[in-house]
Write a protein that binds this ligand. Structure first.
Ligand code: ADE
Length: 251
């Protein structure tokens, strides 16, 4: 089967950079969303801005699968670090996704996905390995060639790649208390964002292989808002474009 890869991004500007990579483009609008169909290199792709939060991302992921018949789904964006040792500019590729704000106790256990009998959704091992290879290649090449010298200096970038669990919820986490609470309940979680686990659930139900790639933009504490805005503009957009381009080269 010819691959037709869906690419979702959590920030409009970030996904605009990815859209710029597409050739033979067609734009389709559904439900206030713009889906750009085309090719990156030789690979057929559909690129869309997921919008923010679990519900918005669920709608976009479902449309990608149902209307555009994507064979794989890659989510790319930023996240707040929870795990010790993760720093701004590092990249986390998902092993498993969990919704940290899902709680249907006492009917079922905390974080359990109703009627799915599980807390975590595993990302696809092959797609995750592919994403990891692409990120490694870029790190080895040096991020200076992606974001420029200034940004490397400003954000003290020295990125490392991590594979691990990612937690999602409909909250921007910007306090040490909230960050520590999530970590105490879900100690394996590396980072926190607002869409990945929703997309994972959609992909589980449709049987679509997926992976999530998140660049650490902040440490989910009181500085998160400031760090996040600057980082998106100066680093994340360029990272996303380069990672997607490298993945398509390796496919
Ligand atoms: N995305 C990037 N940083 C985040 C944070 N601190 N909380 C939730 N989503 C994020």
């Amino acid at each position: 089967m010819t691959r037709n890869i869906g690419i979702l991004g959590a920030m409009a500007q970030e996904i605009d950079e990815v859209k710029a990579l597409l050739t033979e483009k067609t734009v389709v609008k559904i439900a206030n969303r713009e889906f750009v169909v085309g090719k990156i290199g030789n690979v057929r792709c559909v690129v869309a801005f997921s919008k923010w939060g679990k519900v918005a991302a669920t709608i976009t992921a479902t449309l990608l699968i149902q209307e555009f018949a994507v064979t794989d789904l890659i989510f790319i964006g930023t996240a707040g670090a929870l795990a010790d040792g993760l720093k701004v500019g590092d990249i986390v590729v998902s092993k498993r996704l969990v919704q940290h704000d899902l709680d249907a106790r006492p009917i079922i256990s905390r974080f359990e996905l109703p009627l799915l009998n599980r807390v975590y959704v595993d990302s696809d091992p092959d797609l995750t390995a592919l994403a990891g290879r692409a990120v490694s290649n870029l790190i080895n090449k040096g991020v200076e060639s992606i974001v420029g010298k200034e940004a490397v200096k400003e954000f003290n970038l020295n990125p490392t790649l991590h594979f691990g669990d990612i937690a999602s919820g409909d909250q921007f986490i910007n306090s040490v208390e909230k960050r520590d609470e999530i970590l105490s309940l879900l100690p394996d979680v590396q980072c926190v964002e607002m869409e990945g686990a929703a997309v994972a659930q959609v992909c589980l139900e449709f049987g679509t292989p997926f992976t999530v790639i998140r660049t650490i933009s902040d440490t989910a504490d009181h500085n998160a808002r400031v760090d996040f805005g600057k980082f998106i503009v100066e680093v994340a957009n360029a990272y996303s474009r380069a990672i997607v381009q490298e993945i398509m080269r390796l496919v």
